[in-house]
Write a protein that binds this ligand. Structure first.
Ligand SMILES: [Zn+2]
Length: 296
């Protein structure tokens, strides 16, 4: 039996869009007889107390999960092992570029937009040694293909760019793209359901998984929640967290019902929604959430 997962960053309270993605990940996992795991992606952006609040809110809308909650900050050995393996195979190189260096080089003619232009690929050891004196290096993956194809349950075959992306940041923290791949494999996760803002990074991650000898998971990148103006839903959009909505008179059960209704599923309970769940029938458009102003 494989598993699906929900993997929030503990940067603050979850908003209704995050909760909707969590419910979708649960529905995809449970409807395919998979386990459902929770992983806290706290290598970056962890705020004190946020994890406890997120777990509370997930339980409040009725989600259950299997086993202990996993925290990435407790799994640094796993990431070190993967980085060591890639380095031993000659697949990593040091990069000393600043954001500005990359932006300037990437704006050159013929450069792929947003991709790392490969500036540090061919530095010789003398130049590396000199640059190490000035700035600590990030470590990038020496990639062979320039694109990679994944299969997504909602988007079908999707081909996206693969550049020499960072696997170890220059502050020593494993990069998101590495940690997510290593953790999914180590946890036996074979289904990744998450917001479609991450679709474009899935080819990089699937390529890295293949280098590390792992099968890419089954992906489902689901539509995000947007505010009334069509921008990605955010905390500033009014009452969007369970705590804010409770103050505005909306219970967790009512929030769950609104989310299930937005998915064209029965609103009475999660088991009823699960019984009716059909990925092929999911709405493909973003969910427009018109939040009430907070504090009213
Ligand atoms: Zn560089």
């Amino acid at each position: 039996m494989g598993a699906g997962r929900f993997a929030p960053s503990p940067s603050g309270d979850l908003h209704v869009g995050n909760l909707r993605t969590a419910i979708l990940a649960w529905l995809f996992a449970r409807s395919s007889s998979r386990g459902f795991l929770l992983r806290i992606e706290d290598l970056d952006r962890a705020r004190a107390g946020a994890e406890a609040g997120q777990l509370h809110d997930l339980a409040a809308i009725g989600l259950d999960w299997d086993g202990d909650v996993v925290r990435q900050s407790e799994r640094l050995d796993l990431f070190d092992d993967a980085i060591g393996q890639l380095r031993a195979r000659g697949l990593l190189y040091e990069c000393f570029c600043t954001r500005r260096d990359i932006a300037e080089a990437a704006s050159a003619p013929h450069a792929a937009p947003g991709a790392y232009p490969g500036t540090c690929r061919t530095l010789d050891e003398a130049r590396r040694a000199a640059k190490r004196e000035v700035r600590p290096a990030a470590w990038r993956l020496l990639t062979e293909p320039t694109e990679f194809t994944i299969t997504d349950l909602l988007h079908g075959e999707y081909t996206g760019a693969v550049d020499d992306f960072v696997v170890l940041r220059n502050d020593g923290v494993p990069a998101y793209n590495l940690a997510v791949v290593v953790d999914d494999a180590a946890q036996g996760i074979d289904q990744v359901v998450r917001g479609d803002d991450l679709l474009s990074s899935a080819p990089r991650q699937a390529y890295l998984a293949s280098l590390l000898g792992h099968r890419a998971p089954e992906y489902a990148h689901v539509p995000l929640a947007l505010n009334a103006a069509g921008a990605r839903l955010a905390k500033r959009d009014g009452a969007v967290t369970l705590a804010q909505l409770a103050l505005a008179g909306t219970s967790a059960a009512q929030v769950r019902a609104q989310i299930l209704d937005s998915l064209n599923l029965p609103t009475s309970s999660l088991p009823a929604a699960l019984a009716a769940f059909d990925p092929a029938a999911l709405p493909r458009a973003p969910w427009i959430h018109s939040a009430a102003p907070s504090g009213r």
